[in-house]
Design a binder for this molecule. Structure first.
Ligand SMILES: NC(=O)c1ccc[n+]([C@@H]2O[C@H](COP(=O)([O-])OP(=O)(O)OC[C@H]3O[C@@H](n4cnc5c(N)ncnc54)[C@H](OP(=O)(O)O)[C@@H]3O)[C@@H](O)[C@H]2O)c1
Length: 246
């Protein structure tokens, strides 16, 4: 008797965001039922669900602050109730505030720490307890952990922690047939990257990669779809998806 579940199901945190939306739509197009998670932007998550429904896929919207264990437990419960289990967790939710280290507001550092580090641990805890055999857990770092751009100090500190956590969790999942990886995008055309930057700054960063363009959310979704599906031998890694920038 096969132990493969009838429905492969995913929870995509930050599904209301630029990259999360593309990931949710891509996984749904690949036949996965998706929990589209949001924090403040319920309307946007419902819009993603409607787009997936209209394309013949299955999705629900689930809310919650990624740093609050009870809220994320409820989000995982909702996906399990709707689709019978959780096979893939893609944790894209994250925030970024830029400032030179000398001027970094420590409240901003605490907020990034809370969402990016504590949030990753909270989601990883739920994922580690629930993801079924054959599944995948995918966290999000950034290519700036290699690029070391000025003003990104507080943010890369929070994302370097994510890269450090991934191989530890991969080892803790020994015997479960669950992979654990991170994707580290380069500059990608979403509000998180575009907000607060001049056209000149955006154009400069777009030219910097050898492929001479900005990443699109769909480029990142491609890397996630690989890790979420066929990439069973890739485990404990951070995959840099940045057009060759770093
Ligand atoms: N865009 C880039 O150039 C780039 C480059 C490297 C790495 N990344 C990483 O890629 C990931 C996705 O980024 P993006 O560009 O798609 O960002 P985005 O468009 O700004 O979306 C961010 C998402 O995170 C959610 N979120 C923020 N704080 C949250 C919290 N406390 N609890 C739950 N959800 C929360 C937001 O939810 P609501 O809107 O519903 O509140 C939103 O869905 C992030 O981890 C980011 O650091 C992005």
């Amino acid at each position: 008797m096969s132990t493969t579940p009838d429905t492969r199901a995913a929870l995509v945190t930050g599904g209301s965001g630029g990259i999360g939306r593309a990931v949710a739509e891509r996984l749904a197009a690949d036949g996965t039922a998706v929990g589209v998670h949001y924090a403040g932007n319920k309307a946007r998550a419902e819009e993603v669900v409607a787009t997936i429904d209209a394309a013949g896929g299955r999705a629900i919207a689930v809310g919650g602050d990624v740093a609050e264990p009870a809220e994320m437990a409820a989000a995982f419960d909702a996906v399990e109730e709707a689709f019978g289990g959780v096979d893939v967790v893609v944790h894209t939710a994250g925030i970024m505030t830029l400032a030179p280290i000398a001027e970094l507001d420590l409240d901003d550092l605490d907020r990034m720490h809370r969402t990016n580090i504590r949030g990753t641990v909270v989601v990883a805890q739920q994922a580690a307890r629930r993801v079924r055999a054959g599944g995948a857990i995918i966290a999000f770092s950034t290519s700036v952990t290699r690029l070391s751009f000025p003003t990104y100090g507080g943010y890369v500190a929070s994302k370097g922690a994510v890269e450090a956590l991934v191989p530890v969790l991969a080892r803790e999942m020994r015997g479960r047939d669950v992979t654990v990886n991170a994707v580290a995008p380069g500059p990608t055309a979403t509000p998180l990257f575009l907000d607060g930057k001049s056209d000149e700054q955006v154009a400069g960063l777009a030219k910097a990669a050898p492929l001479e363009r900005l990443g699109q959310p769909e480029d990142i979704a491609e890397a996630v779809a690989f890790l979420a599906g066929p990439a069973r031998w890739v485990n404990g890694q951070t995959l840099f998806a940045n057009g060759g920038l770093a």
